[in-house]
Structures are given as structure tokens and as C-alpha cells.
Design a protein around this ligand. Structure first.
Ligand code: ADP
Length: 431
């Protein structure tokens, strides 16, 4: 039945009850008592309605489904409908709160910064990444204008121009950020920041590497091409001059070969596809071989000794060999004749340690932190003279990184250098 009809029928029943009461009063006690009885009935009905109105007003101050008053007559229906509405609201609100909490958590995990602003750039909300990228603090800066918080001319110009279809590259607080502003709804804007500092650095390293490698390869190629041109233009060149040209060309060819081999080694080490092989490395045999190679390279010009008191380790034998031979050959190349080179293999509580100590030319402090950069040399001409490629220590760094080992360099110019490789204790081969 239609609710309106139910309402009117129940109201009619109540009024008829009161009228019936008045008629009974009139019948038994006369007109006046009958009217008084009817009036009292009406007043009672009005008081009941007022009571429920008051209860409703009270409830509306704190509308919770748990404390909805019981009703009477039409009020039962009204309260039950209010109860259903309220329950629905409470459920929606709980879902909304939960969704908002989840949304905030997801936003706080985003690697990109997200700032929500109104149409005139007042900060409404931002995630922790945006706080880090832009130096904001949501608790302190909420309600402030973002252009007052991010005070760089490029950002302000970007806002003034309003060409938000093109992202802005912003250098801010030692970071490189890509900033995007996306208008949404009609009075809100989202500002998204993406940190490209690391990828820019890698890109720059790659560009530098290509430029350096091309430069390194161009020099020997120019020499070889020069001699080839002389040979083709002057076929009757003196045999001794010709053979000296051939010697120089083959030296440059060997230099190019060393360079390409080192570049290939580096790229192989960097490639993530190659994981470290875990084999037992017989350190006594390996260091014995390296000592022989060092003596052959030195050709009696240095006093080379090996102190062996360490365990075998786990790792890639080829990689560890290439790292250690690089350190040893450097010691020979940068130590003048009659110098001393000590190779030490020992075990420490923190793990096995390899030391190459020389009393050669040494390195001044400002160069030490940069020695493992590709093509970094303290003295370019000396490195070339001694057949260096400038990639040796970069290879060492990569091999050690893959073996969780670290390199410490100590050096005093004119007195000598000490290159220490510390392997972790768990790299020791047991049994
Ligand atoms: P290079 O092929 O030029 O030797 P490396 O990467 O092996 O390249 O070494 C980088 C630079 O570190 C060298 O050019 C040299 O200046 C310096 N260096 C390395 N080892 C020594 C050492 N034992 N004594 C002095 N300088 C060294």
C-alpha cells in the first residue's frame, strides 16, 4: 500500500478514536465532559507528535544509526526510513574513508611527486615524494601558494605562460625534475614531479664514455692512417724507415686492441645478464701465477714479493684474476726502476684482504676518489707511455662490486701507493 495512504489511514484512526472517546463521554456524562474528553485526547495526540518531533530534533544533532529513537504510529515508519538512510550513509562513509586511506598509502608509495592545488595554486595536498622533491611540508605549507614555496624563475615563468601541454625540466635543490601540471575538475590542478637526476647522470656518463672512447680510438687510427698514406705516396721509402713505420703502426694497433678488449670486458661486467660464477678460487695458485706474470712484466726492474697467509675464496676466478692483475700491473707501471712491490694476501676478522703496495710515483689526494672513473688518468702521457687504457681501475671497481668487495686506495705522492681489496668474510671458501 502507498505510504501516504497508510499515513492518512492511521491518522484518521487516531482522530476517530479521540472522537469516539468524546462521543462515549457525551453519551454517559453529558456534552461538556464529552467535549473535555475529546479535547484531552487531541492535546494528548499533539503532545505525542511534539515529543517525537523533539526526539527527531535531538537525534539530528548527532545523527547516528545506533541511537535512533523508537517511534509510534507514523513515526515508526519515519524513523525506520531514517535508520535505513543513515545506515547507508554510514556504510558509504566507511567505504570512502577506507578508500581514501588506501589512496593516500598508494600515493605515498609513488616514486613521483603529486601535489593537488586549487585554481590559484594554493596547496591542498601533496604526497611525501613531492615534499622531498620540492622541499614542501604538507602540515606547515597547506593553504600556501605553491609559487611562494617553489621560488625559481623557470617554475614561475612556466606558471605565468600556462603552457601545461609541454612539461618543464626544472633544476631544483640539486635535483633535475620533470614537472607536469594537469588541470582537473574546473577548479583544481595536479602537479606531478618526476626525478630524472639519476637517469641524466647515467646518460651523461654514457655520452662521456662514447666521446672518450671515440677520442681514444681516433688517435691510434690517425697515426696508422698517416703511415699508410706515406707508404702509398712513397713506395720507394728506405727499408729502415719503412720498418720503423710498421713498428709504430703495430704498436698503435695493439693499443687499439687493448682498448677494445677493456671496453668489451667492462660492458660484459656491467651487463646484468652475467651473474657471478661461484667457484672455489685457489688463491695460492692464482697469486703464484700473478707473481710470475708480474716478474715477467717487470723484467727484473723491481723487487716483487708475495706474502701469502689467507684462505681460498668463492667467486669468478677469471674476474678476480683480471682485477688483481690490473692492480699489480699498475704498481709495476707507476713504480720506477729498482722500486719495491709487495703483494699481500691475508685473513682479517672482517674477511680476506689483498694488498698491493708500491713505492712508486704515488697519487695526490684530489685524484684518489676519481681513479675508478672510466678513462680517468692522473697523467695522460704517462699512462699512454706505459700502455694504459684508462679503464683498468674501472674494471677493478666492477669486478669488486660483483663480489661484494671494496677497494681502498691510500697514497702519498713521491712515496708510493697502497691498493687494498677487502672481501667480505662470507666469501671465504669453506672446506
Ligand atoms: P691506466 O690504464 O691509465 O693505468 P687505470 O684505470 O688502471 O688506467 O688507472 C687510472 C689512473 O690511476 C692511472 O692513469 C694512474 O694515474 C693512476 N694509478 C693507478 N695505479 C697507480 C699506482 N700504483 N701508482 C700511481 N698511480 C696509479
Amino acid at each position: 500500500m502507498h505510504p501516504h495512504l497508510v499515513f492518512w489511514i492511521s491518522a484518521l484512526v487516531r482522530m476517530l478514536t479521540v472522537l469516539g472517546g468524546a462521543a462515549v463521554g457525551w453519551f454517559f456524562w453529558g456534552l461538556v465532559p464529552g467535549l473535555v474528553l475529546g479535547l484531552m485526547g487531541m492535546v494528548f495526540l499533539i503532545c505525542v507528535q511534539l515529543h517525537y518531533l523533539l526526539s527527531l530534533a535531538d537525534w539530528l544533532d548527532h545523527p547516528s544509526s545506533a541511537r535512533l529513537p523508537d517511534g509510534w504510529g507514523a513515526w515508526t515508519e519515519i524513523f525506520s526510513r531514517l535508520y535505513k538512510l543513515r545506515r547507508g550513509d554510514e556504510k558509504n562513509q566507511a567505504e570512502l574513508t577506507e578508500w581514501l586511506a588506501r589512496f593516500r598509502q598508494a600515493m605515498s608509495l609513488l616514486p613521483d611527486g603529486v601535489v593537488i592545488m586549487d585554481d590559484v595554486m594554493f596547496l591542498e595536498w601533496c604526497n611525501p615524494t613531492a615534499e622531498t622533491h620540492l622541499g614542501l611540508s604538507l602540515t606547515q605549507d597547506k593553504g600556501m601558494r605553491v609559487t611562494n614555496l617553489v621560488r625559481t624563475p623557470e617554475f614561475i615563468d612556466y606558471i605565468i605562460l600556462g603552457r601545461y601541454d609541454v612539461p618543464l625540466t626544472l633544476s631544483f635543490r640539486e635535483r633535475k625534475l620533470i614537472v607536469h601540471i594537469i588541470p582537473f575538475e574546473n577548479r583544481r590542478q595536479i602537479l606531478v614531479t618526476h626525478d630524472v637526476t639519476e637517469s641524466e647522470r647515467i646518460d651523461m656518463m654514457r655520452r662521456d664514455f662514447i666521446a672518450n672512447a671515440s677520442h681514444e680510438l681516433r688517435t691510434p687510427l690517425t697515426v696508422i692512417n698517416g703511415f699508410l698514406e706515406i707508404a702509398s705516396m712513397q713506395p720507394d721509402l728506405d727499408v729502415s724507415i719503412r720498418s720503423s713505420h710498421i713498428k709504430l703502426m703495430s704498436e698503435q694497433g695493439e693499443r687499439m686492441q687493448r682498448l677494445v678488449e677493456d671496453m668489451l670486458t667492462l660492458s660484459r661486467l656491467e651487463s646484468m645478464e652475467y651473474s657471478v660464477r661461484h667457484e672455489r678460487i685457489n688463491m695460492r695458485a692464482l697469486l703464484g701465477q700473478l707473481l710470475q706474470e708480474a716478474e715477467a712484466l717487470s723484467a727484473g726492474r723491481h723487487h716483487i714479493s708475495l706474502e701469502f697467509d689467507g684462505p681460498d675464496i668463492q667467486g669468478s676466478s677469471d674476474e678476480v684474476r683480471s682485477a688483481l692483475i690490473n692492480l699489480i700491473t699498475n704498481a709495476i707501471r707507476y713504480t720506477p726502476e729498482d722500486g719495491t712491490i709487495k703483494l699481500i694476501w691475508k685473513n682479517l676478522p672482517q674477511g680476506p684482504k689483498f694488498i698491493v703496495q708500491d713505492n712508486g710515483i704515488g697519487i695526490s689526494a684530489e685524484h684518489i676518489s676519481r681513479l675508478t672513473e672510466r678513462f680517468y688518468r692522473v697523467d695522460k702521457s704517462r699512462s699512454r707511455e706505459t700502455k694504459g687504457t684508462g679503464l683498468g681501475l674501472a674494471i677493478v671497481k666492477h669486478v669488486l662490486l660483483r663480489h661484494h668487495a671494496n677497494l681502498v686506495i691510500e697514497s702519498i705522492p713521491g712515496e708510493g701507493s697502497k691498493f687494498c681489496v677487502q672481501f667480505p668474510a662470507d666469501q671465504v671458501s669453506l672446506g
